[in-house]
Design a protein. Sequence first.
Length: 537
Amino acid sequence: MEIPYVVTPRKDTGLFNSKIAIWLFLASEVMLFGGFFSAYVFLRLGADFPWPERTLPVLPGLINTFVLIGSSVTVVFAWASLKLRDWRKFQIFMGITVFCALIFMVLKGVEYNVKLHHQALRLKDYSVIEGHLGYETEDDKPVLDHKGNKIEENLINVETSKLTFNTVRFHKPWVEELLTQAEHRHSKIVLTADVSAITREGQAAEVIAKAGEPLSIELLNRIQKTHLAARSHNGVIRTAALRDEWKKAKAANPDKRGWQIADGVNIDMAVVTPQLLSEISTVAFTVDPSAHFDFHPRDIKPAATQSRLRDDTVIDGKLLDSPMVFHHVDAIDFQHLAMKAEEKGIDPEVAIENSWLIKNSPFAKQAWEWHQGEVAKLKAQLLKDYGADKDGKAIRFPTHKELYRIGWKDFAEKAEDEGRAKLAPADAFKEEFFGPNYEARGDETFPGFSVPREQVGFESKFTPAWNPYYAIYFTITGLHGLHVIGGALVLAYYLFFGRKMYLSNPEWLANRVEIGGLFWHFVDLVWIFVFPILYLM
């Protein structure tokens, strides 16, 4: 039986089946993205921190906007070419459409890559530093972890003498990293004492691991296997004993409910203990000689003498200085500090002058003084352009961001004011995509400095963890990117595999391309909302 209205439209609606379906689908998509945009508005209006404004690179976003608009035009031309039965023009226009989708995703990938490698740090006084971390080096060579990756200078350092692993929760990659670090520092991690266990009911304990045995995944797995087998066996024994106790209690108190006799139901451990096997929940290893181990801040809860990893591994040893080292700083932001000062009735400029950053970084102090001079010039220009009210107050004044944030472009302008070389136009254009060019502008423009661990309030890359703005930015643009990829794959299928359909029933293919084009127009429309909301406002 042939399905009606696949190619020819219904007489009452003028629509064929797939067009009705795509409109229903797009209605659900409107509700989806409408919810995201509404959430963004409410988050921005209710934010208890300075909402990031114009922090995304405008040029790549602008190019992507024109790329998608152009692709929406070419997909219409591709559909019109099918209607005119011109296969060659269809191939050209559809090829341009798919190529535009590729350009869009490449630019988006570049933008994501920059964000995922850009470090942000909020100090405990709410000052914010942005830039790139340095890498651990030894003999002028980068130090690598067990996977061969360079290690950033953002680590918790512990002079470790003993490690105690949770036999159930130990994380294998962390064990491998500890072994790599121990080998690098010419130290050994060995079992502190014999590990003995009763592995069979009624028998004496036997040694399953001897003191001095080196740490390995295989050893931990062996101890874990013994522990889990014992726990399973003991659970059965305890459950059976508890069941018997309940039966006795119920027989002795037939008229009472369970909750009334629960306090008197207890296992006789003197009877049960001889049947139990040894559970080994933790196992200790000695680091010989004690060695300097480093850990990622997100993985460890540091303490003066005993720290703990997220997998419950206990690290005995002295906590060492663990500064967060920026190789280059490309932004200093006092907006949050100023906001907190205003809430307490303190002059923001006084709070900034007393901040840790201004007191401990000569460059930050110099940059702030230069910035205040620029703000004074801006205020004078606004007063000149827009005048003052009857009370003599300026009608227009700098924004919170202009007052309290020194961005990388400000640092570059400061360097040019001081007579340092200006970048060539090609390099300056490249900066709009990849951020500041540290090598070309030099360390004097974007210096590096060390922040003591005790001053670190919160640190993150520019990821959803940093603040709600980036959380919703990655959510909306990521979901939109998936729509671009999905739509491009469908259109590419028509381009590369639609020839057979075109020869058998060209109108059917034209209908399919029209449906794909409607979806593509929606993808373009969403971006037209995304670009001004996230990039320009």
